[in-house]
Write a protein that binds this ligand. Structure first.
Ligand code: 1GP
Length: 245
């Protein structure tokens, strides 16, 4: 089954949780162990990527270990066209809509698309919108950050994403953000569009995940959480909240 169909089918049953693993943060072997634990905790898919330090070598090794460790779809979450995983099941073909640099909006995409097509990797299109504080991805992506609470700007990007015909809308506060995207912003985006809404960045507690799911997030992403030892219990509680939401 194509990953996009897997997402559509799963969302008919329950909201989803995806675990983001950054190949630059630990060895490929440890990434495989993280994936196995996340899988046991009930996550619905594994995303692989990071803003800096991802190389063809660490990416390929990481994906290989993850695929050995669990049977879930593995989706590449790229930061540019320089490195493309041929071993992933799909790639987020994501445009950072609020970047000041056209490379991040469509330039890297034009560079990478022919290779993605040649390799036969499934692209899943996504409007990627960075909300304050944006953290590293906001910085390297040269994002004109959407201010926390600026509903009008956010709604504009949300509707634009849908009008572009993209599969998903991702609201990103940045990995390691002290607070996730505010609940009213998630609600505003949800009320503006019908496409699945992904929310990530700074989500570390079950309550945050539950509140964001209740506000209308369809897919909750957590990354930093799994970089700590003993994350399994907390991750499971977050995932349970998302699945109930
Ligand atoms: C980052 O939204 C993801 O792109 C995950 O963020 O690392 O803060 O969970 P965290």
């Amino acid at each position: 089954m194509r990953v996009r169909d897997y997402i559509t089918q799963t969302l008919k049953k329950h909201k989803m949780h995806m675990t983001l693993i950054d190949p630059a943060k630990q060895s490929a072997r440890v990434s495989g162990e993280i994936a196995a634990k996340a899988c046991r905790a009930g996550t619905d898919a594994i995303m692989v990527g990071g803003s800096t330090g991802v190389t063809q070598e660490n990416l390929d090794e990481t994906v290989e270990q993850i695929k050995r460790a669990c049977k879930l779809p593995v989706i590449y979450f790229p930061s540019g066209a320089n490195v493309i995983s041929r071993k992933c099941d799909a790639i987020y073909f994501m445009s950072m809509l609020n970047s000041r640099n056209v490379r991040n909006v469509s330039g890297e995409h034009a560079r990478g698309a022919p290779m993605i097509k040649k390799l036969g990797i499934e692209p899943i299109s996504m409007g990627y919108v960075i909300v304050e504080p944006g953290m590293k991805v906001g910085e390297v992506g040269e994002a004109e950050l959407v201010k926390r609470g600026d509903l009008n700007t956010l709604i504009g990007y949300a509707i634009a994403t849908e009008f572009f015909g993209m599969d998903l809308l991702y609201l990103e506060a940045g990995s390691g953000a002290p607070e996730p995207v505010p609940v009213p912003m998630v609600k505003a985006a949800r009320e503006s569009v019908d496409i699945p809404l992904v929310v990530g960045g700074g989500i570390v507690t079950p309550k945050q995940a539950a509140d964001l799911a209740a506000a209308g997030a369809d897919i909750i992403v957590t990354g930093t959480l799994v970089e700590n030892d003993d994350f399994e219990d907390r991750l499971k509680r977050i995932i349970d909240m998302v699945h109930e939401g």
